[in-house]
Design a binder for this molecule. Sequence first.
Ligand SMILES: Nc1ncnc2c1ncn2[C@@H]1O[C@H](COP(=O)(O)OP(=O)(O)OP(=O)(O)O)[C@@H](O)[C@H]1O
Length: 346
Amino acid sequence: MNSRQHITFIVNPISGTHNKHIILQLVDELIDKERYSYIVRGTEYAGHASLLAEEAVRQHADIVVAIGGDGTINEVGRSLVHTNTSMGIIPCGSGNGLARHLHIPLDPKKAIDILNKGFVKKIDYGIIDSHPFFCTCGVGFDAFVSLKFADSGKRGLATYLENTLRESLTYKPETYTIENSSGTVSYKAFLIACANASQYGNNAYIAPQASLTDGMMDVTILEPFTVLDVPALSFQLFNKTIDQNSRIKTMKDKSIVIHRESEGVFHFDGDPIMGGKDLKVEIIQGGLNVVAPENPRNTMEPFSLLQHFTDFVGQRPISSLIAARHKQFLQLNQNLLRQLSNKKKN
Ligand SMILES: Nc1ncnc2c1ncn2[C@@H]1O[C@H](COP(=O)(O)OP(=O)(O)OP(=O)(O)O)[C@@H](O)[C@H]1O
């Protein structure tokens, strides 16, 4: 009798910065072959990971491991929710928000070790306007930034951050009405982030209190601010204290509806898309099984703000980031961005 569990590894060849051949060699060397049999599938285009994961579920794979970043995880995860197949992660993206929240090590050898231990936990996921998300989704500058990010690779992450901060000073906040379980509230806001996980990735904590297992969404609303607020906001974003800033309002709920002045962009796990004026956002409790550290505290590194900031800005070339977006998708995003920028200027 074959009692081994089966893993399908899905590798996005163009995500992040790691060399995927080396990672696949490490998988072959280090995966526990007494515990697991496995196959490797490579993605050939944006969206392919979802189809490969669906196929793995049909073939009763026990675990599908996403080798990629949050975009790949989103594609894999959406096919695994409410199934008996768990998701594993070997983080290889540029942000790795979900892996970081789960304390899955960024070192591939250690991430494989987590797979070998095979501890499975249930986590929540969210849905915005019928698009599943696992980390964050949002509107306003949040979505605008995700469009900028898609356009940022050739200029480097530091330039991107600088441009983003500069753009933030001219970006016009909009008025949003949020329907939640206790009523209706209106905010003039720069961005609204709805978080399942606590960070965007790169240790930028937009919702420091967010939990993946509480069945709740943490909503962070950033009200209009001035240039004088930027240093504190930036510091607090990386220091896990942005919720203490006076420009920030927070709420927790299972489900909200965001009404905005006009249709426009929103993002789910950093991928921008056009949507209508009214967006329903909800959290589905415990819908996804993930292989993760059993005791995250043991895998946590000491908190260092400098390290977090360096992680975000980095010294590394990010030419691979631009390649990390499917060309057509990038084109679409750039068009949306231009439309949005023009709208904002008019
Ligand atoms: N073979 C492929 N060719 C082009 N695009 C692909 C291919 N496979 C996957 N993609 C797309 O690449 C996008 C980026 O991948 P992913 O998000 O995993 O990496 P990343 O952007 O570097 O990481 P992060 O999201 O953590 O910042 C995904 O949204 C996915 O749709």
